[in-house]
Ligand binder design. Structure first.
Ligand code: ATP
Ligand code: MG
Length: 330
């Protein structure tokens, strides 16, 4: 079986519909066809300031959501990034292979650093795509299910794998991004030109929000001054985003939705979408509560996952260290 690796940051109290439709839904599906490694990437979370108590809680809530969405710890290796020190160790190696100019071209750094005062921007935010490359390469993953915003980081990962391989001999697999076009970028409901993000909590539909709260966010989604319900990302980014979410959660084609809503108003679409979202999140919220009721069991699942992950990661790291010319420790 080919291998899949992906991660998600514990940077909020809840995941959102963009995370689910852009990435997590594919994580669940790929468990059947791949040997799966999925992690809560807490090392990445501290690239921006985190409160320790909240970070601990959010790491558990993240794992609980992954389980609730259908990640099965019997079929997938589910773990917390900081439990597997090989990520950071290979991360250093990858940093030494990365050009400063190359790292400077990462657009996500430009976006995220622009949102903070200059003296609050840490070097970790700058180098995090390189650690992400190590996350992937240390498992020799073949595929990485992510949203569109991660495409550039996947290209960097492939470049670094290639560079290491040609300098030291074939060690790493060049991973392919697995990006599902239709839902690769879900937009913020308040600003339908920028991506829905955990770290910009404006028009974000959170999985763990009360359905009433989500309904309100959907009702107040920014649209346009026309009346027609039509998929047109250029002229109608707000309505198009709502249609994409609706279509993805119901399996109904965009063209069928356009026909369903002919002659109806934006209010009708928003009300129905709120119901669709409620139906989707209600069982997820219940399951999350169940997992959080038993944190000891949750931690046990994560530690078991970390053990399995380390077996694979330590072998890759050892091979890489040897080829670099590091003296074996024993
Ligand atoms: P942060 O703002 O802290 O970066 P985030 O919402 O971008 O949070 P991540 O943990 O960085 O979430 O990303 C987890 C996964 O979700 C990644 O694969 C990413 O590409 C995907 N993703 C994030 N936002 C969206 C979105 N709006 N649409 C589609 N996929 C998304
Ligand atoms: Mg992100």
């Amino acid at each position: 079986k080919p291998r899949v690796l992906s991660g998600i940051q514990p940077t909020a109290d809840s995941f959102h519909l963009g995370n689910y439709l852009g990435a997590l839904r594919q994580w669940v599906a790929m468990q059947d066809t791949h040997e799966a490694f999925y992690c809560v990437v807490d090392l990445h979370a501290i690239t921006v300031e985190q409160d320790p108590k909240k970070l601990r809680q959010r790491t558990r809530v993240s794992a609980a959501q992954l389980l609730a969405l259908g990640i099965d710890p019997a079929r997938s290796t589910l773990f917390v990034q900081s439990h597997v020190p090989e990520h950071a160790q290979l991360g250093w190696v990858m940093q030494c292979l990365t050009g400063f100019g190359e790292a400077s071209r990462m657009t996500q750094f430009k976006d995220k650093s622009a949102r903070q005062a200059a003296d609050h921007v840490g070097v970790g935010l700058f180098t995090y795509p390189i650690l992400q490359a190590a996350d992937i390469l240390v498992y020799r993953a073949n595929e990485v299910p992510v949203g569109e915003d991660q495409r550039q980081h996947l290209e960097l990962t492939r470049d670094l794998a290639q560079r290491f391989n040609s300098r030291y001999g074939k060690t790493f697999v060049l991973p392919e991004p697995h990006i599902v076009k239709d839902t690769a970028k879900i937009y913020d409901l308040q600003d339908p030109t920028s991506k829905m993000s955990k770290s910009v909590p404006a028009g974000v539909v959170e999985l763990l929000d009360e359905p009433k709260v989500s309904a309100k966010k959907i009702r107040s989604a920014v649209t346009d001054l026309e009346r027609e319900i039509r998929y047109d990302t250029e002229k109608k980014p707000g309505i198009s985003n709502l249609l994409v979410i609706y279509s993805a959660l119901t399996g109904r084609a965009l063209s069928a939705l356009e026909a369903d809503y002919e002659g109806k108003g934006y209010g009708d679409l928003k009300k129905d979408l709120a119901d669709v979202v409620t139906d989707f999140v209600t069982p997820v919220r219940e399951k999350v509560r169940g997992y959080l009721d038993d944190p000891a069991e949750l931690d046990k699942i994560l530690l078991g996952g970390a053990q399995r992950a380390r077996e694979v990661a330590s072998r890759t790291l050892e091979a890489a260290y040897k080829r670099i010319g590091f003296l074996p420790p024993a």
